[in-house]
Design a protein around this ligand. Sequence first.
Ligand SMILES: Nc1ncnc2c1ncn2[C@@H]1O[C@H](COP(=O)(O)OP(=O)(O)O)[C@@H](O)[C@H]1O
Ligand code: SF4
Ligand SMILES: [Mg+2]
Length: 365
Amino acid sequence: MTSAEATQPPLLEVRDFGLEFRTRSGTVHALEGVNLSIRKGEIVGLVGESGSGKSVLSYAMLGISDRAARVTGGRAVFGGLDLLQADERTLADLRGREISMIFQSPRTALNPIRPVGQQIEDVLRRHAAATGPDLGTSLRQRAVQALREVAIADPERRVHAYPFELSGGMCQRVMIALALACRPSLLIADEPTTGLDVTTQAAVMDLITELARERHMATLFITHDLALAADYCDRIVVMHAGHAVESAPSKALFTGAKHPYTARLITSTPGERSTLADLAPVPGALPDLRRSDLPACRFAERCERASDRCRTERPLLDAGVPHGVACWHPMDGPAPGASGARESIGWPALAATPTASTTMIPTHG
Ligand SMILES: Nc1ncnc2c1ncn2[C@@H]1O[C@H](COP(=O)(O)OP(=O)(O)O)[C@@H](O)[C@H]1O
Ligand code: SF4
Ligand SMILES: [Mg+2]
């Protein structure tokens, strides 16, 4: 992100976003009062345990939610347009052109019975008007070029390949080529490296972030892996049980997490030199989001700092400040512990902190 981009209004601004699912076993209160913003050229990590609402947030913004989903409030303004109010036609036109998404399992996201080159051509054709004048370049040539840009070797031959003929890492590269074919201004990558081996994971992350930087593309990188987000993102937004609880530049988050849940997540994140004994899992489990008696701060039942106020009054996240936290009793100063994850992201000053087996959360009082 350039300094000019840093002063511009956000490209995407989510405010007070609520979402629920009506199911036979009750209403799932999946998101409540979520605040989040992304600027042009910024890479933001959306992090939290599985089930914290990261995926449903992005699906709802793109209008691809499950039928049981219902937006209960808020707005998600992208380039002046509230995505939550937009009709399906407008959203269909935006998807793939202005906002693109990369999913977790490329093999299931790709059409198994169509060569990958044709799948890229389909996207280019669908958004032909938006992808600029065709300066004599055929769709096939542009598909080849798209594969070349994601570093697929021998793209002239590979455009004819079916997904089953490609490795998992190669399929993910094709997904990236598909997502970026129309040069979107916002990319949402939902767990794009889950299921890939560590080397391929790094290569795919390098590729996404290099292309994002080169094109000044805003990127929302969704992951349950805090260390991976810290390695690649400018800023991290932490989600817990459908609430956005902390938002800060990556380094500030690791050096001084303010939310007790973030602090616990850091301690539970393995680093290069951490041993099993260093890791302390987040206590308890995510609350059942179908409950009608959820505490106002949904972390209250897992939190050693909880007071009565936490159970009855929801703390709000101010997404407008550089380091925002939704907590009535935030932690002060550098968080102790969490050596492993910090070492892995290469901040030597932090490596001297006590081992993560020390209790992260001081008792309240
Ligand atoms: N179609 C659905 N019907 C009911 N509940 C759903 C549905 N999709 C997601 N949820 C619930 O919404 C919450 C958030 O899910 P999700 O966004 O997939 O989590 P994450 O991506 O953070 O792992 C979870 O409690 C999940 O069970
Ligand atoms: S101190 Fe209270 S508001 Fe903060 S995380 Fe714990 S329960 Fe939630
Ligand atoms: Mg998910």
